[in-house]
Design a protein around this ligand. Structure first.
Ligand code: 0X9
Ligand code: ZN
Length: 792
């Protein structure tokens, strides 16, 4: 141990390490010099900062076990910086672990570090979310927001901490609107050391107000919702984590037996006292003497009971990047439909975060993290029926509670996106999902079943009316859907081929609200194309119609495509897809066990013969669709999910290829895939399909099969116009009615006498039905000949 270290040069070295890896020392500091210095450095008094050079993972483990805290972002064999007591360092050295002393008193170092950061902080811009803030600065920020947005926010004190600090709430909404707006509650900082939590909740308040009127989603949220925002439930603990002990978690209750602090997130009454909470005052998860024994949890509880319309809540924590929902006390689900709603909304919020920043917050049930009884969300949901989530903010453990300050802003911003999703949710009285029909096509003059799931959320559906029409003008016809549970069903009626139908649903709730789906109603209805469909080709693979197995570049040694009757395993089908058939294209049909004769060592290629996707047998104009049934399995064995099957299409007999799909989903079942040919290649009579199934990852089990390849055409039958038919029976109106009679003749005569352009049916002197721009005798005699002949 070297006591003769030069403090100045050591400080420079540690500062460098901190710059490259902004961890504990840098983020633990960050306070102006005139405030309490040294802040939480005292807890580290007498600790030595060492750099361990471990020779084996076991040595590194020993060093980390002995450490008071690990400073390096990424502990490595070559170099891991940690703090340690002199006695523990001596023991470590005796056990043979090499280390170099960087500083003999970490608390001095923290103080120096802090002074340096405080100085640089004074020079930086005014971004409040660039550094962590003290409890006093949170107080000041709330006052500043109240002054800046008097029309949007009022400040209330919902209670006092055990040491008498006010627990303050911002009540935020836009002026006007309903007197009974739905409410959302956000709180932060039940846990003191989770510094990014109160920062996030403060940011939500500020962003709601500062982007009101400029961002449409925020504007809608504040117009329709009242937000109750409590950034800091545990001000005493937060303060203590600055002044005394950076990693303090609980409140500051004197437990009377020499221990301090109750874990507020074990103090809520729902299933209080169960798993994951401790009865010992010295524990970090001490639940307290009784449910709601603490003034901090009482304050939040009383608020929730008193407010009339809280529909959703988030309790913000760090770290682990999780979106958690009840229950947390044990592996118990909320009853339906809440269970599904928790999962859906949780996933949507996670998606919104991911969409904004690319950071993934895993949406799971709380108890699947670990069972812990007495948490806030369990009571808020279980006792009060409010959709309550617990968020664990960044990171996933690299820096943990001491998330470097540079990540505050990205963290708070990504979570605001989740807030907007939750805002949408609380204004939806019901959830509409899984509308059928899917696919967007229906046959002419047909009844098409439609069904829709309407889940009750804050209200329930009492009536669902289907509004539909043929074409895009005219009135909508209304009909009632009938309910079976949450599923409402009825029929869409299609008309003539080529005439799309339009429809929307009108849902009436038990509170008398109306919800339209799609939201635009008659202004922006759903549409469905009405077309005939005609089979062009169907290859059921019961005989080989001219397929090619193998291509240059194929390296698979087993599991080569073949036309065969497959032997079923856990990865390979037992039956082909054709109901009446036995054969399909399969990668190695024989098998004695799972993975025997699967694809190994590379790719195997299967190419179809040329197929006609250009000529629809009887349609005027048609769109060709190619479809096939595929089997794909790759989630068993070693390196699961490392492989793929690429399906391509050629419009030029195999000269060039376009990818249709890359199959990675392990359905382990027959799945039908369909594509519109023109979306990929120009439809021709030289269309080929190519299936390349590969084993890329070593040792994996890859099985694929193809069956029932089809080409379908969608369009309308060619209709031969009946030129002589110009009126509906007895009515001179120009609309064909399918019969050629006297009314047609006299109507044509009137058109011809008036020299109407519609009477122009021939070029001069030629009886050919082609208009020439003049209405003369040749037109009349041509019409007469058509009329005499009647319609075909
Ligand atoms: O343990 C907690 O209170 C939360 N994690 S933290 O690291 N922020 O302390 C998680 C609470 C989730 N709820 C349950 N698992 N019951
Ligand atoms: Zn926490």
């Amino acid at each position: 141990m070297s006591g003769s270290t030069n403090a100045r040069s050591l400080f420079a070295r540690v500062a460098l390490a901190v710059a490259a890896c902004p961890l504990a020392l840098a983020s633990a500091a960050g306070e102006a010099p005139h405030m309490h210095l040294p802040t939480n450095a005292a807890a580290h008094a007498g600790e030595i900062l060492v750099r361990v050079q471990a020779r084996t993972p076991a040595e590194l483990d020993r060093a980390i076990d002995a450490a008071s805290s690990v400073v390096s972002c990424r502990p490595s064999l070559a170099r891991t910086d940690l703090t340690i007591s002199p006695a523990d360092l001596a023991r470590l050295a005796q056990s043979g672990v090499r280390s170099e002393v960087l500083h003999t008193d970490v608390s001095v170092l923290i103080a120096q570090e802090q002074a340096q950061i405080a100085a640089s902080r004074l020079q930086r811009g005014a971004d409040w979310y660039e550094t962590y803030k003290t409890q006093a600065e949170f107080e000041a920020k709330i006052d500043a927001l109240a002054a800046a947005y008097p029309a949007l926010v009022t400040i209330e004190t919902i209670g006092n901490s055990i040491q008498g600090k006010p627990i303050r709430m911002m009540r935020i909404t836009a002026p006007g609107g309903s007197t009974a707006k739905p409410q959302i509650l956000f709180n932060g900082c039940q846990h003191a050391r989770e510094w990014v939590s109160p920062a996030t909740v403060m940011f939500i308040a500020e962003e709601l107000m500062s982007s009101y009127g400029s961002r449409p989603e925020t504007t809608a949220a504040l117009d329709g919702i009242e937000f109750l925002i409590v950034p800091m439930v545990n001000p005493d603990g937060y303060e203590y984590s600055w002044t005394n002990q950076r990693l303090w978690r609980k409140n500051r209750r004197n437990n009377g037996n020499g221990t301090t602090g109750v874990d507020l997130n074990r103090n809520w009454a729902y299933e209080w006292g169960g798993t994951g909470s401790s009865g010992s005052g010295s524990s970090d998860t001490y639940r307290g003497t009784s449910p709601f024994s603490e003034p901090e949890t009482q304050a939040l509880r009383d608020l929730i009971i008193a407010e009339p319309g809280i529909r959703a809540h988030v309790d913000f924590h760090s770290f682990s990047q999780l979106v958690l929902w009840p229950f947390g006390y044990d592996f118990v689900d909320a009853p339906e439909p809440d269970k599904s709603l928790f999962e859906e909304l949780g996933t949507e919020m996670s998606d919104a975060i991911f969409g904004h920043s690319g950071f993934f917050y895993d949406p799971i049930r709380s108890s699947d993290l670990y069972p812990a009884a007495g948490d806030a969300s369990d009571w808020v949901y279980g006792d009060q029926g409010v959709f309550s989530y617990t968020f664990e903010l960044r990171d996933t453990g690299l820096d943990g509670f001491e998330l470097p300050a540079e990540f505050i802003r990205p963290t708070v911003e990504e979570n605001f996106e989740a807030v907007l999703v939750m805002s949408d949710f609380v204004t939806e009285p019901v959830r509409v999902s899984q509308t059928s029909p899917e696919g967007g096509f229906a046959a002419p003059n047909a009844l098409v079943p439609i069904s829709v799931d309407v889940l009750p959320v804050f209200e329930s559906a009492t009536d669902v009316t289907l509004h539909q029409r043929v074409g895009s003008s005219g009135a909508f016809d209304a009909s009632s859907l009938s309910a079976s549970g949450a599923t409402w069903s009825g029929m869409l009626t299609t008309g003539a081929c080529g005439e799309a139908i339009e429809y929307y649903l009108e849902i009436t709730t038990d509170q008398g609200l109306t919800v339209l789906e799609p939201a635009g109603g008659a202004m922006a209805p759903a549409t469905m194309a009405v077309l005939d469909s005609e089979l062009g080709l169907f290859d059921d693979a019961e005989i080989d119609t001219g397929w090619t197995v193998g291509a240059s570049g194929d390296t698979a040694s087993t599991g080569i495509w073949e036309l065969a009757n497959p032997v079923g395993t856990a990865a390979q089908p037992e039956d082909d897809h054709t109901p009446s058939g036995t054969l399909c294209w399969v990668t190695g049909a024989s098998a004695t066990s799972l993975g025997s004769n699967d694809i190994d060592n590379g790719g195997t290629t299967l190419v179809s013969p040329p197929m006609d996707a250009a000529t629809a047998p009887s349609f005027d104009q048609a769109d060709a669709y190619v479809s096939y049934s595929r089997w794909y399995s790759n989630d068993q064995g070693q390196s699961p999910n490392a492989d793929e099957m690429v399906v391509s299409i050629s419009g030029d007999n195999g000269s060039t290829w376009q990818t249709l799909e890359t199959v990675r989903s392990n359905a382990n079942a027959w799945v039908r895939a369909e594509f519109r040919v023109a979306d990929f290649v120009t439809p021709s009579d030289q269309v080929r399909l190519r299936f390349v199934a590969s084993d890329i990852g070593g040792g994996s089990i890859v099985e694929a099969a193809i069956d029932d390849v089809a080409i379908d055409f969608r369009g309308c039958e060619a209709v031969s116009a009946c030129v002589a038919d110009v009126t509906t029976t007895g009515t001179a109106n120009g609309t064909p009615d399918g019969a050629v009679d006297l009314s047609d003749f006299s109507y044509y005569l009137s058109l011809w006498s008036a020299a109407a352009t519609t009477a122009d049916v021939t070029t001069t002197g030629t009886a050919n039905g082609v208009p020439d721009g003049s209405v003369d005798l040749s037109d009349f005699s041509y019409y007469l000949s058509l009329w005499s002949a009647g319609c075909p």
